[in-house]
Design a protein around this ligand. Structure first.
Ligand code: PLP
Ligand code: COI
Length: 336
C-alpha cells in the first residue's frame, strides 16, 4: 500500500501509477491499455474542445471489513455513461468494455485503495471525449475513453458530520428540461459555475431550481436532493437532473426500512415541512444540509448542525453494504 496520509485526503486529484485508455476509430472500440502517461495529444479542432462532446462518470472502490475490495454499482455507471454518450451523439462505451477498463484501472492501482476506517476511497473518473478534428458544426466519429483513478477523501471536509448550508439561485439555469441535465456531461458543470462560485463566495453551496417556473428543487450543487417530510423520503422528479445512483440506492434502502418514498416535483416552500434534508452523490454518499437560504423570498429553512436520524440511518446502511458489513442483497458491489 502506498505511503499516503489517507485520512487527510479531500476531494482532490492525487496521481496514481496508471490510467486506462481505449480508442474508438472506424466504427469500433480498440483494446484497453494501462499507461503511466496521463496526458494526450489532441488536435485543437477536436469535437470535445470545439463543440463540447464530453461525458464523464464517477464511481468508487473501497476496502471492506474482510480486506476485499468492492466497487459500487459499476454497471449502473456504465449504463449512465452510455446514455450520456447517446445524449451527445458519441459512440457509447459497451457495458462490458467499461467494466473491463474499471477493473484494469483497479488492478493496476491496487496500492491506492485506502485502508478501511480512514474515510478515503479510490475514486474512478471515466471520461469519454470526441477526438475527431472538425470545424463544421457536427459530431465527430473518433472517441477516447479513459479511466482516471484517484484516492479521495470526503467531498466536504468533516464528511457526514459536517452539515452544509445552501442558497437558492433563480438567476442561473444549470440545465433545460429537455436539455442535457439528465446526462453527466461537462457542459452542465461549466454552466453551473457562475452560480456555484457565487454561492461559495458567500460560504454556501448552490440549490438549483427547475428552469421553467423556478419553483421546484432540481439539484443541490453536483448532487441530488432529498428531504424527510412527515417521515416520507421525498426527492425531486425532474427531466433536468442527473439520475443519481446513490439516490436510487438510498430510495431502495428507505423502502427496505419501511420508509415511504415519493419521487415527485418538490416545491422550495416544502422545505418548511421537512425535518431533515441532504445532498446525495457518490463522493459524499450523503451531505446533510444545515440550512437553506432563499434570499429572493426572504426565507431561511433551518435543519440544524447535526445530521438527522433518517439521514444517519440511511448513510450507515449504505456504507455497511459498501464495506461488506451487511448483506449485499441487491448485488450492488463487485467484490475483488
Ligand atoms: N447530480 C449531479 C449533477 C452529479 O454530478 C452527481 C454526481 O455524480 C450526482 C447528482 C450524484 O450522482 P451519483 O449518486 O450517481 O454519483
Ligand atoms: C459526486 O460524486 O457525488 C459528485 O458530486 C460528482 C462531482 C464530483 C462531479
Amino acid at each position: 500500500m502506498k505511503n499516503i496520509d489517507w485520512s487527510q485526503l479531500g476531494f482532490h486529484y492525487t496521481e496514481t501509477d496508471y490510467i486506462v485508455r481505449c480508442e474508438y476509430h472506424n466504427g469500433s472500440w480498440g483494446e484497453p491499455v494501462a499507461t503511466h502517461d496521463k496526458t494526450i495529444q489532441l488536435h485543437l479542432s477536436s469535437t470535445c474542445l470545439q463543440y463540447g462532446q464530453e461525458a464523464f462518470e464517477g464511481l468508487k472502490a473501497l476496502r471492506g471489513v474482510d480486506g476485499k475490495v468492492r466497487i459500487f454499482r459499476m454497471r449502473e455507471n456504465a449504463r449512465r455513461m452510455a446514455r450520456s454518450a447517446e445524449g451527445l451523439y458519441m459512440a457509447p462505451v459497451p457495458e462490458d468494455l467499461f467494466c473491463r477498463c474499471i477493473l484494469l484501472a483497479l488492478e493496476k492501482n491496487m496500492d491506492y485503495v485506502p485502508p478501511m476506517g480512514t474515510g478515503a476511497t479510490l475514486y474512478f473518473r471515466p471520461l469519454l471525449i470526441g477526438i475527431t478534428p472538425r470545424l463544421g458544426v457536427g459530431p465527430g466519429h473518433d472517441f477516447l475513453f479513459a479511466v482516471i483513478p484517484s484516492p479521495i477523501g470526503p467531498y466536504y471536509k468533516g464528511g457526514f458530520n459536517h452539515t452544509t448550508p445552501f442558497i437558492v439561485n433563480r438567476y442561473v439555469d444549470r440545465a433545460a428540461p429537455l436539455g442535457t441535465g439528465q446526462f453527466k456531461v461537462g457542459g452542465n458543470y461549466a454552466a453551473s459555475f457562475r452560480a456555484t462560485e457565487a454561492a461559495h463566495a458567500q460560504g454556501m453551496s448552490c440549490l438549483f431550481l427547475d428552469s421553467v417556473e423556478r419553483r421546484y428543487i432540481d439539484e443541490c450543487g453536483a448532487a441530488n436532493f432529498f428531504g424527510i417530510k412527515d417521515g416520507v423520503y421525498v426527492t425531486p422528479k425532474s427531466t433536468s437532473i442527473l439520475p443519481s445512483i446513490t439516490n436510487n440506492s438510498l430510495m431502495q434502502l428507505a423502502r427496505d426500512h419501511d420508509i415511504r418514498v415519493e419521487q415527485r416535483p418538490v416545491l422550495v416552500e416544502e422545505l418548511a415541512d421537512m425535518t431533515e434534508c441532504g445532498a446525495c452523490g457518490t463522493a459524499t454518499v450523503i451531505s446533510p444540509i444545515s440550512r437553506v437560504i432563499d434570499p429572493d423570498h426572504k426565507r431561511i429553512y433551518e435543519f440544524g448542525d447535526t445530521p438527522g436520524p433518517i439521514s444517519t440511518m440511511l448513510y450507515y446502511a449504505l456504507l455497511d453494504i459498501q464495506y461488506g458489513k451487511e448483506e449485499d442483497k441487491y448485488e450492488w458491489c463487485t467484490v475483488i
